[in-house]
Design a protein around this ligand. Structure first.
Ligand SMILES: Nc1nc2c(ncn2[C@@H]2O[C@H](COP(=O)(O)OP(=O)(O)OP(=O)(O)O)[C@@H](O)[C@H]2O)c(=O)[nH]1
Ligand SMILES: [Zn+2]
Length: 198
């Protein structure tokens, strides 16, 4: 399942979630049996399973499936990886970009696996800090590189649509291991992720 775009929905979970979404529709005072809403509980149940499919996936296995021995020990950066997650406090989306770098020590990883690892952890109920750290740790543990860096910049719908209602604030989190703890290496990474190439 980790590599497919199409999720195999679990019938028992779909039924359970559908019942609960029907209650939510009812709870806000809507008519859950009107035409436009009749299929909504099931749609929402499937959407929720899609958005939380990361619980069933193994980030370290994904990384291990495409590790290659390579004598390259310069910084590798994959930046501007879009991400969508759900905040665990309000179950509202937060979304933005992740920038990931590592300095190999004997092994490189297939580049696409880095965005896949971000999705594994983003498709759960999250806080941005934990998401940042989980991506860092998964890469650190599997590749055992000289260093890993993860920066996430995100907007939280719970701060935009409700609550403090701030539309332009962006939250940045970062985490570093190994060589990225040194100022010079970290600065090189930070400079490269803000370059004009987008
Ligand atoms: N640190 C952190 N906080 C988050 C994240 N997502 C949402 N929050 C915050 O979680 C907090 C929950 O605070 P509470 O006071 O319990 O909830 P609330 O009454 O709905 O708070 P307001 O949003 O201020 O109205 C809020 O300050 C949210 O902004 C996240 O990824 N990281
Ligand atoms: Zn929230």
């Amino acid at each position: 399942m980790p590599f497919s775009q199409q999720l195999n929905y679990d019938d028992a979970i779909t039924e359970k979630l559908s019942d609960n979404f029907a209650n939510i529709i009812d709870g806000v005072g809507e008519d859950k049996d009107r035409e436009g809403l009749i299929k909504t509980p099931e749609r929402a149940a499937k959407a929720m399973q899609f958005l939380t499919q990361g619980y069933e996936q193994d980030a370290e296995a994904i990384l291990r499936s495409a590790m290659f021995a390579e004598d390259y020990s310069e910084m590798v950066i994959v930046k501007n990886i879009e991400l969508y997650s759900l905040c665990e406090h309000h179950l509202l989306p937060f979304f933005g970009k992740a920038h990931v770098a590592y300095i190999p020590d004997g092994y490189i990883v297939g580049l696409s696996k880095i965005p896949r690892v971000i999705d594994v952890f983003a498709r759960r109920f999250q806080v941005q800090e934990r998401l940042t750290d989980q991506v860092l740790q998964a890469i650190h543990k599997t590749l055992n590189p000289l260093g890993v860096a993860v920066v996430i910049e995100a907007r939280h719908m719970c701060m935009m649509m409700r609550g403090v209602q701030k539309q332009t604030s962006v939250t940045t989190t970062s985490a570093f291991t190994g060589a990225f703890k040194a100022e010079r290496t970290r600065n090189e990474f930070l400079k490269l992720i803000t370059s004009d190439l987008g």
